[in-house]
Design a protein around this ligand. Structure first.
Ligand code: GDP
Length: 369
């Protein structure tokens, strides 16, 4: 049939209907419906974890890290069910400033302990400054090259940025899941630059501080509190012409440790030198750590410390939840902005402003009852 626009009366500019836009989707493509990822039930999570299924374990840790309330509720159920199967491990905290050689060392320490003692090793981290987009210093799996491909290891980067308390809690809960999955050695890594050591210390049985030999003033930069927490101090990079310096630094640390009160464990913290890169002196570090475990298991401190930690975390959870509840209240949020302005303008004191806000919060709670 002749096209109607070819008729004489259609000459010149005309507005035609045009053709219909074709679909941007290729109609010949077979539509493959992506199966909707079904969330496992608490029972399925627990079953997978207890079987040592690392995929399920990973998903459970992701659940623990989620901020969604429904995920949190499910995570808590899973943790609770895993709890009877957890605890059977040695938990070791490893801290050191960036560049101290933590990743190099963890790789070597991990391989050594798996070779000597068997079992399974999970490496977790606490780095409150981490953000996935920024590429966390503790989030890069390839840092531990050998361990990351070892069939008996599970490496998990730090939960993403949040309050230190929140990040630490998630790591602590992940420990429970890892233990239930049969990981009997747990490393918790942290950057030695702030309060995160305290958080790590509150969830491990042994706290190892990695140090470097400096120019003789190495003790200055170390916060007293961090040194006091250490059950062992190890000076890395004791290789090449650094060996003497490392030994000297070790002597300094030993002297400094004498100045601290004796730890509750009854254990005298030891100072060793080693080279993670050349794998020198690593076995001695493990000997020290296991000597410590024999010691504190015999004198009851091991159990006592874990109990203390459980108590500490109960209070931490209460504090965290109270804080969240307060700051997430929409009325409080509005009022907070207002009061902040008043305080900044010198119209009211910080204390009065805080009291007003808290009164408002507590009265609000009362009205709910
Ligand atoms: P992290 O930031 O604490 O995780 O430190 P890394 O493990 O990334 O190490 C920082 C740098 O120190 C890297 O260039 C390592 O190769 C180097 N390093 C680590 N351990 C040793 C060691 O035992 N000896 C020497 N000479 N260099 C080391």
């Amino acid at each position: 049939m002749e096209h109607p626009e070819n008729a004489k009366e259609y000459k010149g500019l005309t507005v035609n209907k045009g053709i219909e836009q074709p679909s941007i989707v290729n109609p010949y493509l077979k539509v493959q419906k992506r199966p909707k990822r079904r969330h496992l039930s608490a029972g399925e999570f627990v079953e997978g974890i207890l079987k040592g299924d690392v995929t399920v374990l990973s998903q459970a840790v992701t659940l623990v890290e989620s901020v969604k309330p429904e995920h949190q509720a499910l995570a808590q159920e899973v943790i609770e069910k895993c709890l009877p199967y957890a605890g059977n491990s040695v938990r070791i905290g490893i801290s050191g400033v960036p560049g101290a050689g933590k990743s190099t060392s963890i790789d070597v320490f991990g391989l050594q302990v798996l070779e000597d003692k068997g079992g399974k090793l999970a490496v977790l981290a606490i780095d409150p400054s981490s953000e996935r987009s920024k590429g966390s210093i503790l989030g890069d799996k390839t840092r531990m090259e050998k361990l990351s491909v070892h069939p008996k290891s599970f490496i998990r980067p730090s939960p993403t940025a949040g309050s230190l308390g929140g990040v630490a809690r998630k790591t602590r809960e992940s420990i429970i899941l890892c233990e239930a999955a049969g990981f009997d050695k747990i490393f918790v890594e942290t950057v030695g630059v702030g309060q995160s050591e305290t958080a790590v210390h509150s969830m491990v049985d042994f706290f190892l501080l990695i140090q470097l030999a400096g120019t003789g003033d190495e003790l200055q930069g170390i916060k007293r509190g961090i040194m006091e927490m250490a059950d062992g101090i190890v000076i890395n990079k004791a290789d090449g012409n650094n060996i003497e310096k490392a030994k000297l630094a070790a002597a300094h640390f030993r002297n400094a440790l004498h100045l601290f009160p004796a730890p509750d464990s009854g254990w005298t913290p030891q100072v060793l030198t080693y080279s993670g890169f050349y794998n020198i002196g690593v076995k001695e570090i493990w000997d020290m750590i296991f000597q410590y475990f024999d010691f504190v298991k015999a004198n009851g401190y091991f159990e006592r410390r874990r109990n203390e930690q459980a108590k500490y975390w109960m209070y931490e959870s209460i504090n965290e939840q109270l804080r969240d509840h307060f700051y997430q209240d929409s009325l409080i949020k509005d009022m907070l902005a207002l009061k902040e302005q008043e305080v900044l303008a010198g119209q009211t004191t910080s204390f009065t402003a805080a009291k007003k806000l808290l009164d408002m919060y507590f009265n609000g709670l009362k009205n709910l009852h």
